[in-house]
Ligand binder design. Structure first.
Ligand SMILES: C[S@@+](CC[C@H](N)C(=O)[O-])C[C@H]1O[C@@H](n2cnc3c(N)ncnc32)[C@H](O)[C@@H]1O
Length: 219
């Protein structure tokens, strides 16, 4: 059974796909222009899954635009339909590989915050290259974040957490590490309040979070 459980999912007006983007050879694009009010600060969630963080956080912060980037077609359609039914004009979903979108399409300095919660850990060594956070991606994130922009990371996976800490140390010239503060929409006792957090909390797993604040300077 797919995520839709037989319901018709409509993405129109709220979702777009990597295949609909202009060829990247034509130059970088500014995703802020996809919103009704493009002048608002943009926050990007990588791997937005069912869109729980977005549908909780966006109504509380209507002066901020949120872009969820999700690779899976099923999750993208489910989340975009959820956002459409709630008429959240400050949310858009992009079905894309986030690393590719950031590297090849996304313009400089467009985002105030990038959220990455409970990314797939890819525990086998030969799969580490599939992890979202890589040295090259941190360089791309530094480019697409505005001044003092933030990368917010949370995971339950100790080995992925160690990977994040090592990446952060190697890029201390680009980002300053700070403690993670829960977003406004997190319920008391939650770190983010995403779907995977709730699932893993029931399993008693530990959670780790950090905020990397963009330093001024070149990659
Ligand atoms: C473990 S789930 C976490 C979902 C959500 N962040 C949460 O906390 O409930 C990881 C999500 O990231 C998506 N994902 C994995 N790699 C991705 C990529 N390169 N670009 C965009 N989404 C990706 C997966 O399809 C999946 O929906």
């Amino acid at each position: 059974m797919s995520l839709s459980r037989g319901k018709t999912l409509v993405t129109e007006g709220y979702g777009l796909q990597q295949c609909d983007l202009p060829p990247f050879e034509e130059g970088r694009i500014d995703p802020r222009e996809w919103f009704a009010a493009p002048g608002r600060p943009l926050e990007i969630e990588i791997g937005s899954g069912k869109g729980t963080f977005l549908v909780q956080e966006a109504p509380l912060r209507p002066a901020v635009n949120y872009l969820g980037i999700e690779k899976s077609m099923d999750f993208y359609r489910y989340a975009a339909d959820r956002v459409r039914r709630r008429e959240l004009d400050n949310v858009r979903l992009l079905r894309a590989d986030a690393a590719e979108f950031l590297r090849f399409w996304c313009g400089d300095g467009v985002a105030a915050v990038v959220h990455l919660y409970f990314a797939d850990p890819w525990p086998k060594k030969r799969h580490h290259k599939r992890r979202i956070i890589q040295d090259r991606v941190l360089g791309d994130l530094h480019r697409i974040l505005g001044p003092a922009g933030e990368l917010r990371l949370v995971t339950d996976h100790e080995e992925l957490w160690a990977w994040y800490e090592q990446c952060a140390r190697r890029h201390a010239h680009l980002f300053q590490e700070r403690p993670f503060n829960p977003p406004e929409s997190a319920a008391p006792g939650e770190i983010v309040g995403s779907n995977f957090e709730r699932k893993y909390r029931r399993e008693g797993r530990p959670f780790f979070g950090m905020t990397l604040v963009r330093r001024h300077g070149d990659t």
